[in-house]
Design a protein around this ligand. Structure first.
Ligand code: HAM
Length: 414
């Protein structure tokens, strides 16, 4: 087959330029907040994701690309970046009580979901993971970082939703109460919700996308009534710091996020730009995951917090801004009018490149008018035409933005 796999994308031309610009903005901001780059493998043992993300989550249970390798080991394409970042930090002995590294990544992730606007099977995620800090200011700082990203990309139509899902003890108590609530309503729920009720991981029922499920759950007990004093205080402090920083937020008590590793703060930046992203699409999601590292290495207790965003979703939300940018990164397009001028074309190009310019030479044996058309399409800033006059040391140079053309002495450019 000559077609790409459903839910995947090729990037080239203007779209390639756009995604590169977004990558570099994300990297710049990550560095401003003192995060260091991490690259982990695309493949991990499936068990890592089942243990860390949770085997009852949609991501692990339904959406992972999993296969057996030649030695019958179960391997998966990573569906997200947090699990592998924690694995790498532990395995490479990067975290302990004295070392508190923070990482960012830009990598493709894989989820077998139904593709639609902003939802792919292979997508780029930018994520940050902060290990070793349990100060509420760090929770707020990563929210500020996410806001910086949206600001830089001129994304304005969104809301920040936050919630606290407490510690594991609070969630155990909450689970019991939730079970009592759903017990006599099982028949009213969707197949998805019924599955979650039977699984014992009842919190995942809130991940349902069915309106009818969510309507019933509106009357369910709320996690906020089961929080420990410590968790309650922590959440209050976070809200206070957000307010002191003039950050608008919506407290959404049904927000639980689709992954098992979170505790206390969870948050999402949800697009309200229905035209660009459809209804209620989450651009950025994250939260605290203090027990994750311990699950992988029980000698360590490392409070951690992070978030990730879908780069393609962010690009859809930032469409107007990205379209307003000028992508002409070619300084010179050199058109030779005849094969005998190719050698001179190459020598001028070499000189210009040595001075740091981006240069393309069109050596093809075609009409000058065609070369001029291609030069305009290439978004180059300048067109150099090498013809008959070059024998007298003269070439033409045209500023493709203003349309102004002049003749110059070759020496001026060499
Ligand atoms: P997540 O909510 O599963 O969280 O994904 C984060 C973001 O990735 C989403 O908000 C969305 O923008 C993007 N995303 C997810 N699935 C797709 C898809 N199929 N197509 C396009 N974009 C998608 C996590 O992955 C956590 N690891 C975030 C985190 C980091 N929490 C703590 N640290």
């Amino acid at each position: 087959m000559n077609a790409k796999i459903k839910g995947t994308k090729d990037y080239f031309g203007i779209n390639g330029e756009k995604i590169n610009i977004v990558f570099s903005i994300l990297e710049d901001i990550a560095k401003q907040y003192s995060y260091g780059k991490i690259i982990t493998p695309t493949l991990e043992y499936t068990d890592l994701f089942s243990r860390v993300i949770g085997s009852e989550t949609e991501v692990v249970n339904k959406e992972m690309y999993t296969f057996l390798d030649k030695k019958n080991r179960s391997i998966s394409l990573r569906p997200e970046g947090t699990a592998a970042t924690a694995r790498a930090a532990i395995e490479n002995k990067l975290i302990d009580n004295n070392n508190k590294p923070s990482f960012y990544y830009i990598s493709s992730m894989f989820r077998y979901e139904r593709p639609q606007k902003g939802r792919q099977r292979e997508f780029f995620q930018f994520g940050i993971e902060n290990f070793g800090n349990d100060n509420e200011y760090v929770d707020v700082e990563i929210i500020l970082m996410a806001i910086d990203i949206l600001k830089r990309l001129k994304v304005k139509k969104y809301e920040l939703q936050i919630n606290s899902i407490g510690d594991s003890n609070s969630r155990k108590e909450y689970n019991k109460s939730l079970r009592r609530f759903v017990e006599n309503k099982i028949d009213l729920f969707s197949e998805y919700a019924k599955e979650k009720i039977n699984s014992g991981n009842l919190l995942r029922i809130f991940d349902s996308k069915k309106e009818s499920d969510l309507k019933i759950l509106n009357n369910a007990p709320k996690i906020k009534d089961f929080l420990s004093e410590k968790s309650k205080k922590r959440f209050e402090r976070i809200k206070k710091i957000l307010e002191l920083n003039n950050i608008n937020y919506i407290e959404n008590n049904s927000l639980v996020r689709g992954l098992d590793y979170y505790n206390d703060l969870v948050f999402e930046f949800v697009s309200t730009d229905i035209e660009k992203l459809g209804s209620k699409s989450t651009i950025i999601g994250g939260g605290r995951y203090d027990e994750l590292v311990n699950k992988l290495d029980n000698s360590k207790n490392i409070p951690s917090v992070g978030f990730a965003l879908g780069v393609e979703r962010l690009m859809l939300a930032s469409k107007d801004y990205l379209e307003s940018l000028n992508f002409g990164n070619l300084d010179y397009y050199i058109a030779t009018t005849n094969e005998e001028y190719n050698l001179l074309g190459l020598s001028i190009a070499t000189n210009l490149r040595n001075k740091g310019n981006n240069v393309l030479v069109d050596y093809e044996n075609k009409k000058l008018s065609k070369k001029i058309e291609l030069a305009s399409k290439s978004l180059a800033n300048n067109l150099i035409i090498i013809g008959e006059e070059s024998k007298d040391g003269i070439i033409s140079i045209k500023d493709l933005k203003s349309g102004k053309q002049k003749q110059i002495n070759i020496k001026e450019i060499q």
